[in-house]
Write a protein that binds this ligand. Structure first.
Ligand SMILES: *Cc1c(COP(=O)(O)O)cnc(C)c1O
Length: 363
C-alpha cells in the first residue's frame, strides 16, 4: 500500500448482506462503494491524498467549476482475475489522458503515478465490491474540479481531485444486442481546436440534446460528424467507432483517425494493437457518411461496432439519418465484433495471455 495516501477507512462500511442487497440488478453508475480518495490542490501544489468514507462534498456557491466548468474525469475498470485477485486495464493510459485533459483546461496536472496509486488504494480498500463474473467489474471514476471561490474568468487556483468507484454489472446481461444510431447533422460534439480530445464535463453537457434527439428518432445512440463539413464520421455517443471490411479472405478494421476533435479511446487503441494478432488489417482514415452508406450497399462493409470502457464493444445494427435508414449485418452481432469482445474480456479477466503488458495487478 502506498505511503503517500493517508488511510482513514470508514468505521461503518456495509456488511456483506447489505452490500449484496445494494448490488442486486446493477444499473451503470448508480451504486458507489464505501470509500473514496480525495486530494486538494492549493498554493501551487498538491496536498496529501486521503482515503476516507464516501461522503458528500461542500462547495462555495462561487466555486469556479459551477460557473466556468473546469471539470475533467476518467473511467477505467478493475476486473476480478481467475485466481481471485484484482487487476485494472491500462490505468496509466488513463492517467496520461487525465494529465492531457488537465493541460487543455488550464488545470494542474496530477502526476501519473499518483493517479494510479490513488485508484489502487481505493480498489484495495473496497476489494469486496469487485464483482466476480466475466463481464462484471468495478468501474473507477477519477475526477478533478475547480473549487476556488472566484468569479473572475481565469484558471482557478484551487482544485479537488477525487476517485470514486461503482460496481458495474454485465453491460448486456441478456447477451450482446446491437444498437441503432441516429446521425446528427444539426448538432456537433467537438470542433477543431476545441476540447473534443479531452474528457471534460462540458463535452458531455453539449452532447445531451443530440442524444435526446436520437431517442426521439427511435434510436439508441447519436453518431457525431465533423464540425466543419458535417460529412466525416467521428464517434458514437461516448464511444469510438470501427468499420469492418471483408474481401478476398482478408478482414480490415477501419476507424476514424484522430483529427483532434475525437476522444482517443483506450479501447480503440487496444483494438488497433490487438487486430494484427487476430489476423486483421487496420486503417485510421476519414470515413464519410456517403461512403458508409455506399460500402454497406455494395457489401464490402460487413460490420460496424463502437468501443469504450463501459460496454467494451457494442455492435451497430441500424443506422438512421435524414437521408434514410440502413441495416448493418442484418441487425445482428457480426463475428469480428464478437471475437474482439471475447478477446478483450478474456485479457481483462486474466483468462488470456496479456502479451502487451496491459493488466495492472492491484491485489
Ligand atoms: C471516454 C470516451 C470514449 C472511450 O474511451 P475509452 O478510453 O475507450 O473508454 C470515446 N469517446 C468519448 C467521447 C469518450 O468520452
Amino acid at each position: 500500500m502506498s505511503s503517500r495516501i493517508e488511510l482513514k477507512p470508514s468505521p461503518t462500511p456495509l456488511n456483506p448482506t447489505e452490500r449484496a442487497l445494494r448490488t442486486k440488478n446493477l444499473r451503470f453508475g448508480a451504486v458507489f462503494t464505501d470509500h473514496m480518495v480525495s486530494m486538494t490542490y492549493r498554493d501551487s501544489g498538491w496536498g496529501d491524498a486521503v482515503l476516507e468514507a464516501y461522503r458528500s462534498i461542500t462547495l462555495d456557491p462561487a466555486a469556479s467549476v459551477l460557473h466556468y466548468g473546469q471539470a475533467i474525469f476518467e473511467g477505467f475498470k478493475a476486473y476480478r482475475q481467475r485466481d481471485g485477485g484484482v487487476a485494472t486495464f491500462r490505468p496509466e493510459a488513463n492517467a496520461r489522458r487525465f494529465a492531457n485533459s488537465a493541460r487543455r483546461l488550464a488545470m494542474p496536472e496530477l502526476p501519473e503515478d499518483v493517479f494510479v496509486e490513488a485508484a489502487d488504494a481505493l480498489i484495495q480498500q473496497d476489494r469486496d465490491w469487485v464483482p466476480p463474473a466475466l463481464g462484471e467489474s468495478l468501474y473507477v471514476r477519477p475526477l478533478m474540479v475547480a473549487t476556488e471561490a472566484a468569479l473572475g474568468v481565469r484558471p482557478a487556483r484551487e482544485y479537488l481531485f477525487l476517485v470514486i468507484a461503482s460496481p458495474s454489472g454485465a453491460y448486456f446481461p441478456k447477451g450482446v444486442k446491437p444498437v441503432s444510431v441516429w446521425i446528427s447533422d444539426d448538432f456537433v460534439r467537438a470542433a477543431p481546436g476545441g476540447t473534443g480530445d479531452t474528457k471534460c464535463a462540458g463535452n458531455y453537457a453539449a452532447s445531451l440534446v443530440a442524444q435526446r434527439q436520437a431517442l426521439e428518432q427511435g434510436c439508441d445512440q447519436v453518431v457525431w460528424l465533423d464540425a466543419v463539413e458535417r460529412r466525416f464520421v467521428e464517434e458514437m455517443g461516448g464511444m469510438n467507432l470501427f468499420f469492418v471490411y471483408t474481401s478476398g479472405g482478408r478482414t480490415k478494421l477501419v476507424t476514424p483517425k484522430l483529427t483532434g476533435s475525437l476522444l482517443p479511446g483506450v479501447t480503440r487503441d487496444s483494438i488497433l494493437k490487438l487486430a494484427p494478432e487476430l489476423g486483421y488489417d487496420t486503417e485510421e482514415s476519414l470515413i464519410s457518411v456517403d461512403q458508409w452508406q455506399a460500402d454497406l450497399a455494395s457489401g464490402s462493409m460487413t460490420e460496424v461496432f463502437a468501443c469504450g470502457t463501459a460496454a467494451v464493444i457494442t455492435p451497430v445494427g441500424v443506422v438512421k439519418s435524414r437521408l434514410g435508414e440502413w441495416t448493418v449485418h442484418q441487425g445482428e452481432t457480426g463475428p469480428v465484433a464478437a471475437r474482439l469482445r471475447e478477446t478483450l474480456l478474456a485479457i481483462q479477466h486474466g483468462e488470456a495471455e496479456d502479451t502487451h503488458g496491459w493488466m495492472h495487478r492491484v491485489l
